[in-house]
Design a binder for this molecule. Structure first.
Ligand code: NI
Ligand code: MN
Length: 231
């Protein structure tokens, strides 16, 4: 299984059999996206919350690929009204999609669309994706919370995708603490350097992870792929 970073919080995850899952497909308006929406071929779309930098091009992708959007029920219903396939879930619930299993986790954040009027989309989530006997945790947009320890205890995580941008999510110090609780084999930082307000020195984060944990830090530039080692 491998994982390609498409910038911001967007990842394309590919199974050994070639099935593809995209998480938080923010492409068209993403200043660092290395691909065009039309080029993206996927079997499943996961959206962690309603903010524009996560919902992004999900509806267009669902239409292009005739595949479902997996999201919190309110957000799934919102997308479903636009005529695409959806699959609503809730925090704590899991579902087996055949080639992959998903479980939604807590994320401490908000989830809304627009501003005038603002539309609320239920709770934001993180997601645990299990495929090819490997497990990835995409934290979504979140602050640090103690139940990450529980997520780490109940799941043997191969990779944790953690925001480090600060201001809207955890910053590097809190992400380091999150990694210590989650205990993944590898941590990949995300949600930074898209705009100035979330600029971070990622190499400083890498040094701290190396200094304080046994976790492998893997920094991906947009467009880069990380091959997840088999167990
Ligand atoms: Ni957000
Ligand atoms: Mn965000």
């Amino acid at each position: 299984m491998d994982l390609t970073y498409l910038g911001h919080a967007c990842f394309l995850i590919k199974s050994e059999s070639g099935k593809k899952i995209i998480v938080d497909p923010f492409i068209k308006d993403n200043p660092v996206a290395p691909v065009k929406v039309e080029e993206v071929k996927v079997d499943l779309i996961v959206v962690t919350h309603g903010h524009f930098d996560h919902l992004g091009d999900a509806v267009e992708l669902a239409r292009n690929n005739n595949c479902p959007i997996v999201a919190m029920v309110e957000l799934a219903n919102y997308c479903g009204k636009q005529g695409v396939k959806v699959h609503g879930m809730q925090v704590g619930g899991s579902f087996d999609f055949g080639f992959a299993k998903m479980k939604f986790t807590l994320a401490f954040h908000s989830s809304s669309i627009g501003s005038d009027p603002i539309q609320y989309m239920g709770n934001p989530v993180g997601v645990i994706i299990s495929m090819d006997q490997l497990t990835i945790y995409h934290a979504g947009d979140t602050g640090l919370f103690g139940d990450m320890e529980l997520i780490g205890r109940m799941n043997s995580l191969d990779v944790a995708l953690l925001p480090i941008g600060d201001n809207f999510t955890m910053g590097p110090e809190d992400a380091l603490e999150a990694a210590k609780m989650l205990k993944p084999k590898a941590v990949i930082p995300m949600h930074y350097n898209t705009w100035e307000i979330i600029n971070q020195d990622v190499q400083q984060f890498v040094r701290q992870v190396e200094l304080e944990t046994n976790i492998t830090p893997a920094v991906l530039a947009p467009g880069e792929t990380y091959m997840i080692p088999r167990r």
